[in-house]
Design a protein around this ligand. Structure first.
Ligand code: ZN
Length: 546
């Protein structure tokens, strides 16, 4: 499990959060799956062994998941999930069949005698059926490649892993001892899953089972199978193994494009430290959808072209220098997979940070000026219509501002800290401190406050918990050559230094929500409402001059 205890302060924040209107109306299923309720909180996941057989002709799956957990308190019921369209073929503890109750996607498993706090138990959950395509990437798709071979893939972050396998379908608790994944497929096909390839076993019935061992905690939605007529090639980045899988007809293109994994690893290891899943290796696997950050088994469907689906993603001529899917999805190995948000509402920890990693990739390879250009290319994607962090405990995805506004906020924070050496040490240490854990926004804020030695909470809250951007209000008084400045912000305590003046002649001011007056050293010609400005390239704010 990657679990952190909630402090009282945090619980208070949760209550406050819960009062915010949700972004979309949660379904009955969301209200069951969103909260970390008593039948989840009474146990701590240790291990899964998912072992299934996939029939491409019948379009069915059949198998079981061994679920090992430690009881944290005595109890006779635990909560798991499996989509109602898949049949439960039995749940057992040793030889004892267990009773269960299904409510929407939730499965309450009941034990004949209470389980004891501190003891470890393993249940065997057998299931079968035809997974239905749903959600953005289809969740579980039975497709064919262009040459007519079966091509079967999973990608279910939004809908949840229980769309194809039974598990504790939430983000807070991960199996801390890792996972084994066994997938039996017809002999001619290959399965690529997360973790280290262990062996393949001929089952002598026309099927071969592919066994993978995941050595680290893993998000349930990262658990992935990719079945196809794959060709394989491998490489090395220092002592990290790289394994690449593509359709044979795309092999040459893949060899060229997938080489970008090296530059990605150079950049992210420079800023944050070693690739987090070294025992499992790094894989890049061709799939029929755009791509997904499946832990140690990143999937790729970006047409073997730079940019994003052959577009200049940020429109400023920089995206075309690299493959967006390789750079973005692999960034999630650090933020999303190694560090995971405990609740979906805190998903900016995945997407805001990983979008910020794109900026760092650009900075590492092309320099700071291009990174800032790239950052500013994100601005047209920001909506400012709803807070980045929605209500908690509702299984609701935050608005897309978590990506672009999230990254621009982090870039702004770098300007606030105004010391690159300090900034890079801070984000490196932040990652190292929290890797392999699930965390909440409060953990991020507390860590930054403690390391920097000042209370940045109103700043985080302004950007993450309110819809609108802070506005720097400048009132000019030409006769006295002064300008009165203040922040117009939702947080009364919002205070953020910012550079004002003219490009190349900035001066740092410390506005709060109370007006202050500045007498500039600018000449009367440049001290002019039309020329005097703020460094909005490095601080993501609105400007109101009058
Ligand atoms: Zn992402």
């Amino acid at each position: 499990m990657k679990l952190k205890a909630m402090s009282l302060l945090l619980l208070a924040a949760v209550v406050l959060q819960a009062q915010q209107p949700p972004l979309q109306t949660p379904s009955h299923d969301d209200t069951l799956r969103g909260p970390y309720g008593p039948f989840r909180a009474n146990n701590d996941l240790l291990y899964y062994h998912l072992d299934i057989r996939v029939d491409p002709v019948q379009k069915t799956i059949r198998g079981h998941n061994l679920i090992r957990f430690r009881m944290l308190q005595q109890g006779s019921r635990i909560q798991l999930e499996l989509i109602p369209t898949l049949a439960i073929d039995g749940i057992t503890l040793g030889h004892t069949p267990l009773k269960y109750t299904r409510d929407s996607g939730t499965v309450y498993v009941d034990f004949p005698q209470p389980l004891h706090a501190g003891r470890t138990y393993t249940i065997d959950f057998r299931y079968s059926g035809s997974p239905q395509e749903t959600g953005r990437f289809g969740c579980f798709t039975f497709k064919q490649d262009p040459s007519g071979h079966p091509w079967i893939n999973t990608a279910c972050e939004e809908t949840g892993a229980s769309v194809w396998w039974p598990n504790k379908d939430q983000w807070r608790d991960e199996p801390q001892e890792g996972m084994d994944i066994s997938v039996a497929v017809p002999n001619a096909l290959t399965d690529v899953s997360n973790g280290r390839f262990v062996r393949k076993v001929d089952l002598h019935d026309g099927y071969t089972r592919w066994d993978y061992r995941v050595h680290y905690p893993i998000n349930n939605y990262d658990v992935s199978l990719n079945i196809g007529n794959y060709a394989h090639f491998s490489g090395k980045h220092k002592d990290l193994t790289l394994d690449f899988y593509a359709l044979p007809e795309d092999l040459d293109k893949a060899k060229k494009q997938f080489a970008q994994a090296n530059g990605m690893l150079d950049a992210y290891e420079h800023y944050f430290g070693e690739y987090p899943f070294k025992k499992d290796g790094y894989k890049l696997i061709q799939v029929p959808y755009s791509g997904m950050e499946h832990q140690s088994a990143v999937t790729y469907g970006n047409h073997f072209a730079n940019g994003y689906l052959e577009r200049d993603w940020t429109g400023v001529g920089i995206s075309t220098r690299f493959d967006f899917i390789i750079i973005h999805e692999s960034g999630h190995e650090w933020f999303g997979n190694a560090i995971t948000a405990a609740d979906r509402s805190d998903m900016w920890i995945h997407e805001g940070w990983t979008t910020y990693l794109e900026l760092l990739y650009v900075e590492y390879h092309y320099g700071h000026a291009d990174a800032i250009k790239y950052a500013n290319g994100l601005k047209p994607k920001v909506r400012n219509r709803a807070p980045i962090i929605p209500a908690r405990n509702l299984n609701i995805s935050p608005p897309q501002d978590m990506y672009f506004k999230g990254a621009l906020f982090l870039n702004t924070l770098r300007s606030v800290i105004d010391d690159d050496k300090k900034w890079f040490a801070l984000i490196h240490d932040f990652y190292q401190h929290f890797k392999y854990q699930t965390i909440m926004t409060e953990d991020v804020v507390a860590y930054f406050n403690q390391q920097i030695g000042q209370d940045l909470t109103p700043l985080f809250d302004e950007y993450l918990r309110h819809a609108t951007l802070p506005t720097l209000d400048l009132t000019f008084n030409p006769e006295q050559e002064t300008v009165t400045y203040k922040w117009v912000a939702d947080e009364a305590a919002f205070a953020m230094p910012i550079r004002v003046g003219t490009p190349g002649h900035w001066q740092l001011i410390h506005p709060t929500t109370q007006p202050q007056t500045l007498k500039t050293d600018l000449s009367p010609q440049t001290f002019n409402k039309d020329i005097f400005t703020a460094d909005t390239d490095n601080y993501f704010v609105n400007l109101d001059k009058h």
